[in-house]
Design a binder for this molecule. Sequence first.
Ligand code: HEM
Length: 332
Amino acid sequence: MGEPQAILVPLNRSAIFLVVTVHEGGEDGVRDLLADVTGLTRSVGFRVPADRLTCVTSIGSAAWDRLFGGPRPAALHPFEELRGDRHCAPATPGDLLFHLTAATTAACFELAGKLVERLSGFAEIVDHTVGFGYFEQRDLLGFVDGTENPTGAAAYSAALVGAEDPDFAGGSYVIVQKYLHAMADWRALSVGEQERVIGRTKLDDFELADQAPDSHVAMNSLTDAAGVARQILRANMPFGDVATGEYGTYYIAYAADPDVTETMLRRMFLGTDGAAAGHDRILDFSTAVTGTLFFTPPVEFLDNPPPPADVVPAPSAPARVADGSLGIGSLR
Ligand code: HEM
């Protein structure tokens, strides 16, 4: 398995999310940057080791063939819009996702600035979101978010591609969505009502024994035919702007198989099979305004991205043949 990017790291306090589209003709400049992201992250992060700066770089479906030759990740495809009776999950543009995390915004800011500088002229930033750790890992609805994430070996198998796609083992599929919360409506609910929406207690974060079928937890607790849990690895972050009243959750989930996240989304927006629940109640207080799917290649791929097939490699020094000569015969 290739070495994964920094997906399986504990949640940190700050994040910056950059979603980028690549200009026509900007592919070479972007590929040069991709090969340098590991080094740039090291340069910024080594000065502030306590900040544990990470940058996870992911590539969208349409951009993949423009940027790289060779095989494609088997399950890479564009995010599919979902239109339910009441709520919609839009699909929005995005060729690259940079997911930066650190203990301080300063470290994320410094690296994000470098990335944007290097993208200039080659690509456009279509979304820039600054996430912050709120009290006790809570989202802005006031609930602790991330508790039931898999850990240890379960996190590896939930998040990382394995032997089913050997060219890309160690990679991951990531889906992001920006949600805006209707805070006045949410605050109008009693704590007991809010707990029924989420499926956990608010103050101390225990799962409710008696789950409503349309609670967020019930909608997202999946098992396969053998009864084994189908899991994803989430790293959601609150974001907001008090001046404009924007209170949001940046949803981000890594998965070995994007169908797991997509099945959760279908249940949330379109309802469960047999319509025991029409939609996830969290959506009555949360509107998705973006939605994009990317593949997160392993580190070696990112550090040496293969050029598209139609690019003829620059002439290099003549290859040496097995006898150690230049293989061009006698110079006499
Ligand atoms: C659980 C918040 C969107 C999948 C939770 C929990 C909270 C939460 C508070 C309970 C604690 C925990 O286990 O983390 C939110 C918010 C969202 C959001 C505020 C955006 C408005 C989503 C989406 C998905 C998802 C879009 C999937 C596509 C899950 C899963 C769990 C969970 C799998 C764990 C369920 C379990 O096994 O108990 N979320 N979530 N969430 N959420 Fe979300």
